[in-house]
Design a protein around this ligand. Structure first.
Ligand SMILES: [Zn+2]
Length: 463
């Protein structure tokens, strides 16, 4: 049995042209399942032929239309015929790009040999935007080598190597970054519109930030470098992610600013930022907004440090202590710590820590080895927690109150973003090493892919 696929093209002038694309044949008596229906290799061949036929016809029609002088309607003289190659998802197609002499009516001095090539003017890139986008998305989702394998196994796309997939991913990242910079710059333009400022939403955007370490390529001055990941959340809006490697981002604050703007933020609107105690993170938010930022220390990071104190105390309680070591007072203070911090009473928490430390120091001199080791640890943990509280004093709030109001108090969701953005593509298990620039660019595309910004019509690159 045989099947022939023919393509019927109808030009705008009503001319019909039929092209035979492919013929498939199968034995009349089918013996196995593999002989039923289309197979991948045939489909790829069909798609490639279809694409070539359609694209060449379209470009030829385009060239014919543009041969007509726009001013006087006369056909411009034919100069010569060149070819151009265009890479597409369905193969690389060589198209004809004829050159025409510019019509006499538009030449300053008649017949000076000025030529136009409408097809070359149309094909501004070596590949279609769709191919570039799909390659970039694959490059952001999986390794460059795997991305190439996936594409080549499913589509008649022209053979590519991982280097070209990488450069496409980088190219798209640069476009995304440029678009973000443009968005960030546009925020300023609405600065002085009072009605917009008045319309500022009561629910302010919350920026959650977290850092992640990525293994650097050999020869880089450090073994690991840091990527800052985060998300901007606002009630009733889909989450917007962002990520950057500060040392190589052209304008780090612009990337966050664009994310804020996407969430409806306006210059001058207040922003809440939640992060661990790293002072660089709120500083980034401040430089992005240029305005008021309410900075909250992440409850999870604070709570973990309280947990360390509780653990050591628990260890002490588990010892069979001589009656010389009264634990009760210290135990009460340790038990109160979490409650005090949760309710924003960090001054009393510091006092309690001071009492625990002085008690533990007394316990050290009791000359009981088991007690001494644990008491020293308790001193260290308490001192650590106290320093953490003091360094972040301005960022400690009444967590309980905020929590009961249904507002976020933790970056735990930002940590999820770190996992999605960094760990899944760049973690140690994959034995991958990155240059800061390469990681930064893949992160731009990855954030856009995960947000679904790639799939929307709204996703338009800046010119
Ligand atoms: Zn003319």
């Amino acid at each position: 049995m045989q099947w022939t696929v023919r393509l019927e093209a109808r030009t705008s002038a009503g001319e019909v042209k039929t092209t035979e694309l492919v013929t498939f044949s199968r034995p009349v008596v089918v013996s196995t399942l593999t002989e039923i229906g289309l197979v991948l290799s045939e489909t790829k061949a069909l798609l490639a032929r279809l694409q070539a036929s359609m694209l060449c016809g379209q470009v030829a029609e385009y060239a014919a239309q543009h041969r007509v002088c726009a001013a006087c309607g006369v056909l411009q003289p034919f100069k010569d015929r060149r070819t151009r190659r265009l890479q597409t998802l369905f193969g690389t197609v060589e198209v004809e790009a004829p050159r025409f002499k510019v019509c006499r009516c538009r030449q300053p001095v008649p017949m000076t040999g000025v030529t136009v090539s409408p097809v070359c003017a149309l094909l501004t890139a070596r590949c279609t935007p769709e191919l570039e986008r799909v390659q970039a998305e694959l490059g952001a989702r999986t390794s460059f080598r795997d991305g190439v394998r996936i594409l080549e196994s499913l589509l008649p796309v022209s053979p590519a190597n991982h280097e070209s997939l990488r450069s496409r991913t980088h190219a798209v990242a640069l476009q995304l970054e440029a678009a973000d910079r443009q968005t960030a710059a546009e925020v300023m333009a609405v600065r002085d519109e009072p009605d917009k400022a008045a319309a500022a939403d009561a629910s302010r955007p919350v920026v959650m930030l977290d850092g992640a370490y990525i293994r650097a390529v050999p020869g880089h001055q450090v073994r690991n470098f840091e990527a800052i990941c985060g998300k901007v959340e606002r009630e009733g809006q889909p989450t917007r992610r962002f990520a950057l490697v500060r040392s190589v981002a052209e304008q780090p604050h612009a990337l966050l600013r664009a994310a804020l703007q996407d969430q409806g933020w306006r210059e001058g609107d207040a922003v809440t930022a939640i992060s661990d105690g790293d002072p660089a993170l709120p500083a980034l938010v401040r430089s992005a907004t240029g305005g008021p930022v309410e900075y909250i220390l992440d409850w999870f990071h604070l709570s973990m440090r309280v947990h360390h104190v509780e653990q050591v105390m628990g260890g002490l309680c588990a010892l069979e202590l001589p009656p010389l070591v009264p634990l009760d007072q210290a135990q009460i203070d340790v038990d109160r710590l979490r409650h005090l911090l949760w309710n924003g009473d960090h001054e009393r928490a510091c006092e309690a820590l001071g009492r625990i430390v002085s008690w533990a120091k007394d316990a050290i001199v009791l000359n009981n080895l088991a007690v001494e080791a644990k008491a020293r640890r308790l001193v260290a943990r308490c001192t650590e927690l106290r320093a953490y509280i003091e360094n972040n004093e301005g960022a400690l709030i009444d967590y309980g109150q905020r929590y009961r109001a249904g507002k976020p108090i933790s970056t735990s969701r930002a940590e999820g973003t770190v996992n999605q953005l960094v760990s899944a593509r760049m973690n140690k298990r994959r034995q991958m090493r990155w240059s800061p620039r390469g990681a930064h660019r893949v992160l731009q595309v990855r954030a856009a892919v995960l947000d679904g910004r790639f799939g929307q019509n709204a996703f338009q690159f800046a010119a």
